[in-house]
Write a protein that binds this ligand. Sequence first.
Ligand code: CA
Length: 244
Amino acid sequence: MIDDRVTLEVGVATAQARRLQNEDSVWAVDGVYLVADGMGGHDAGEVASSTAIGVLKELGGAARTTDDVRRAVEAAHAAVRALPSSTGRRPGTTATGVVLTVHGDTPCWLVLNVGDSRTYRMAGGVLEQVTTDHSEVAELVAEGLLTADEARMHPRRNVVTRVLGGGASQVEPDVWLLPVSPGDRMLVCSDGLTDELSDARIQAELRAEDAAQAAADRLVSAALAAGGRDNVTAIVVDATLSRR
Ligand code: CA
C-alpha cells in the first residue's frame, strides 16, 4: 500500500500476434506498471526486455522518487548491455510505464520512458500521450515533416533513437511526476498497439469499457483485428482517489 487514498484497478493483456516470439515483457504489481519491448533477433529481444523489467521492478521496493527511477534505468541499461550478443547485434529494449508514489502529501504518477513504447493518461474521457517517443519518425513529426498518421505507416517507424542496452554507454530516460487525478486511466503499451491503432481509436476503445481488464483485452483484440503485425501489450490502470 503506497497511499491509502488511492485505489487502483489493473488490467494486463499481451499477444504474440504474427511474430515468432513475444519479445514484450510486462510487470504490473503493487503500484509499478511497466512494459518493455525487446529487440535483437532470435531470443535476444525477449531476454533484453525481461532483463530490463527484472531490474526496473525493484522500484516496487524503493522510495519511488525521480532519482530512484533514473538510478533504476541506469542499472537496467547496464544489465542489458552486459547480455551476450549472439547475432553480432547488441540486444536492446524500450521501457516505459508508471509508478505510483507520494510527493509531499500528494499521490503522484511517476512516468518513465526510454524508446518508443508509450504511456498515456485518459482524464475526463480524453486521452493524452504523456511520453515522447524516442524514434526517428517522432523527430520528423516534431519538426512538422510527417503527420502522426504518416508516422504510423512509415517504413522506418520502428527505428528508435534511445534504448536500454544497444551501443550507447549512457542512456537518458524521460521522467515525469504528475499528480493523480480522480478517475485517471493510465495506459502503458508497446508499439504493437500504437502502430495498429490511432490515438482516436485507442481513446474510443478505452471509453467503451469500464473495467480495466476488459479495456486491456479490448485494446489488444482491436490491434490484432487491425493486422497484429507485432507483439502487442497493454496495461490499463484505473485510479480512484478518496479523501483522507
Ligand atoms: Ca514492438
